[in-house]
Design a protein around this ligand. Structure first.
Ligand SMILES: *Cc1c(COP(=O)(O)O)cnc(C)c1O
Length: 226
């Protein structure tokens, strides 16, 4: 069973390198995140033993039930929808929150981070397909949110995250790359825009083509979720 995890990682690394060599600068780095939802910690740790250094968590409860058992060699990011009242449970143990999409949430993260003397790195989630079912800010609201959130002392904006509409990955990734480059060029005070989080099991190679530097992969590593 875990043999499959090794094979999957091998294939994904190969695809990422291939996309990088075609479309990116040679010194660009792309991190492969293992998305752990529904996966028992033993299998997560197996992936870490096979060289995975970044884990992605969607659900606070599930994460709390597994985190003490995780191999400490991997960093943990929070990538799911985050309720304000749950921030306090994750703030000390995650290194990046990918899913900030309102000033209210940013302010709550700031408040909890201040309590533990931390400056929390965050990404702004962009709803690139303008889908009602999805979280994220619309592109035209992004700059305002970044300006407002950049005033908060205990968070630091590191970039953008998106989940594109099914079957519209490529056009969405292309748009995201433009938006990301534009935001980076603005050099807004107190921000350090260097992370573009996009691409999942079905479209990670395309995301790498358009500048992603964290691909978030669940089923592609661990198999279909039950
Ligand atoms: C589940 C999930 C992923 C991984 O999805 P797969 O299709 O299994 O690779 C990536 N990002 C987010 C935000 C997710 O919730």
């Amino acid at each position: 069973m875990d043999f499959t995890i090794s094979e999957n990682l091998k294939r994904i690394r190969y695809d990422v390198e291939e996309a990088k060599s075609k479309y990116r600068k040679t010194d660009d780095s792309v991190r492969i995140m293992a998305v752990t939802k529904t996966v028992p910690y033993e299998r997560v740790n197996y992936a870490v033993s096979e060289g995975v250094t970044l884990l992605g968590e969607n659900r606070v409860q599930e994460y709390l039930s597994k985190k003490d058992f995780y191999d400490k060699n991997a960093e943990v990011n929070f990538i799911g929808h985050l309720q304000s009242n749950k921030i306090k449970y994750i703030i000390d143990s995650v290194t990046l929150i990918h899913s900030v999409d309102s000033i209210k949430l940013a302010a709550e993260i700031d408040k909890q981070a201040e309590k533990i003397n931390k400056c929390m790195d965050v990404l702004i989630e962009v709803n690139i397909g303008r889908e009602e079912s999805k979280s994220g800010v619309f592109p035209e609201m992004l700059e305002t949110l970044v300006y407002e959130a950049s005033q908060l002392k205990n968070i630091r904006i590191r970039g953008l995250m998106t989940i594109p509409p099914i079957a519209k990955s490529e056009a969405s990734f292309e748009k995201m790359q433009l938006i990301f480059n534009d935001l980076q060029a603005k050099r807004i005070d107190n921000t350090c825009v260097d992370i573009l989080s996009m691409g999942m099991s079905s479209d990670y190679a395309l995301a790498v083509k358009y500048g992603s530097n964290i691909v978030r992969i669940g089923s592609g590593i661990f198999g279909i979720r039950k």
